[in-house]
Design a protein around this ligand. Structure first.
Ligand code: FMN
Ligand code: SF4
Length: 421
């Protein structure tokens, strides 16, 4: 039985054409008018919607915090998606742009903003073009002035303070906070930074209400979510499933594993490796993955098969994360670089001290950056050393294991083939 649902991804065209405004209104109907602000905020609260950008912050609390700020408010829709194994935000922007733009309007109304920016990576040229066309389609009667802006293609560019810097014309570098964007963000204004999937969910909640939203998912983590599943599965791609779906069922939905599974990376490149038995016994919720020491994050999941060299995969991503440091904090710049070198030596079986030095350095970078970048990278590498301890021991003896580098973990190339199915 299929576990996929079609809420956000309803009505996709098999040929990959975006859903235009007429089709969108036919599928979802118009936004309710007039939108009453207090009941809208209550509906979001009752829905228990949490941010879909990775941190899972309660959306109603964020809306209320920005709404309560002083001065003219602004919405920033975060569609940057700097994480290479994730494709969900691009799928929304490319195929159902009006759902995201509706969400922007709803959020702007909820906080009392009359201006909004949809931020997308410069690498997402087709999504930018689709969004601009969609904005032209809805130019009549729009309640909020919405513009689309491209920001540099960088892993940290989607971090909210880095995004605000980039939108202000600076480099995409995080700034030490406070003040947080909700207090003083773009142009010093209270700024709502919200992931585009969160906004698309808002667009549905404003139409159908919180009870409908909670019909699927778990009691504490209701609703559907987009998951980008890649690696050793027959049909990698972006799936919409209820939160709480067993990971085993999601893999089955993707046609099953192509080979016996060695391990699963959950939560993307700030995430955690789990051995296959543990991972496949988990479900897609923070509660379930948290109990196994992992997290859902932005729901990028990679299945690694037996016979692949996990350490080669980890070395490549470690180098990517080191190179993606925004270059401002010593422990992040120098620490991650040294760690990436050491992981590379280990993967080449050219280092005899195993993981001892790497673990010592990981201790030294954690909690020492201006943003969570070094912490996220350290979590990814540390969990790899734990789960692939057998491989580490073999490599430490100067012998490479028999696994091949299948290059399943992308560092720049994104792979999602099923998005329009
Ligand atoms: C290094 C780093 C990169 C991030 N990249 C993204 C991103 O690409 N897209 C995104 O929506 N949030 C990203 N975030 C989270 C944002 O800072 C922010 O929490 C999020 O956009 C808020 O939206 P939400 O509450 O709807 O999840 C990133 C955070 C960090 C620390
Ligand atoms: S920790 Fe790294 S990515 Fe974060 S602000 Fe410092 S240098 Fe930039």
């Amino acid at each position: 039985m299929s576990v996929s649902v079609q809420r956000l991804l309803r009505g996709l065209h098999p040929d990959g054409r975006p859903v235009d405004i007429t089709e969108h209104l036919h599928l979802h109907g118009p936004l309710p008018t007039p939108l009453d602000r207090a009941s809208l905020l209550d509906a979001v609260e009752q829905s228990a919607l949490r941010g879909r950008g990775g941190a899972g912050f309660p959306t109603a609390a964020k809306l209320r915090a920005v709404a309560g700020g002083r001065g003219q408010k602004i919405v920033v829709a975060n569609g940057v998606e700097g994480e290479p194994p994730s494709g969900k935000d691009r799928v929304l922007l490319r195929y159902v742009p009006h759902l995201v733009l509706d969400g922007v309007e709803v959020a702007a109304h909820a906080i009392g903003a009359d201006q909004a920016i949809v931020a997308v990576s410069t690498a997402a040229a087709s999504e930018l073009a689709v969004l601009r066309t969609a904005l032209r389609e809805r130019s009549r009667g729009g309640r909020v002035e919405i513009t689309v802006k491209a920001v540099p293609d960088a892993f940290v560019a989607g971090e909210e303070t880095a995004l605000i810097n980039a939108l202000s014309g600076g480099p995409p570098r995080p700034t030490a906070t406070p003040p947080r964007p909700f207090e003083r963000g773009l142009d010093g204004r209270p700024t709502l930074v919200q992931n585009v999937e969160t906004l698309a969910q808002l667009a549905l909640i404003s139409r159908r209400g919180p009870a409908w939203f909670r019909e699927i998912g778990t009691r504490d983590e209701p609703g559907s979510a987009l998951v980008t599943l890649s690696g050793a599965v027959r049909v990698p791609g972006v799936y919409e499933v209820p939160l709480g779906t067993p990971l085993h069922d999601l893999v089955a939905e993707a046609g099953g594993a192509t080979q016996p599974v060695r391990s699963v990376l959950t939560g993307g490149y700030f995430g955690t490796w789990l051995d296959s038995d543990t991972a496949l016994a988990c479900s897609l919720s923070e509660a379930s993955l948290g109990a196994a020491g992992a997290a859902l994050g932005a729901r990028a999941i990679v299945v690694l098969p037996e016979g692949s060299c996990a350490l080669a995969e980890v070395a490549r991503v470690s180098r990517f994360l080191a190179d993606e440091s925004a270059g401002q904090c010593g422990p992040c710049v120098h620490g991650l670089d040294a760690i990436a070198h050491a992981v590379d030596s280990l993967s080449l079986a050219a280092s005899s001290d195993g993981d001892v030095r790497i673990r010592r350095w990981l201790d030294r970078v954690e909690g020492r950056g201006g943003c969570r970048h070094p912490d996220g990278a350290a979590k990814f590498i540390r969990s790899a050393l734990d789960v692939f301890a057998d491989e580490v021991a073999v490599h430490a003896h100067g012998v490479r294991c028999s696994g091949r580098d299948l290059r399943l973990l992308p560092v720049r190339v994104r792979q999602y083939r099923r998005e329009a199915a």
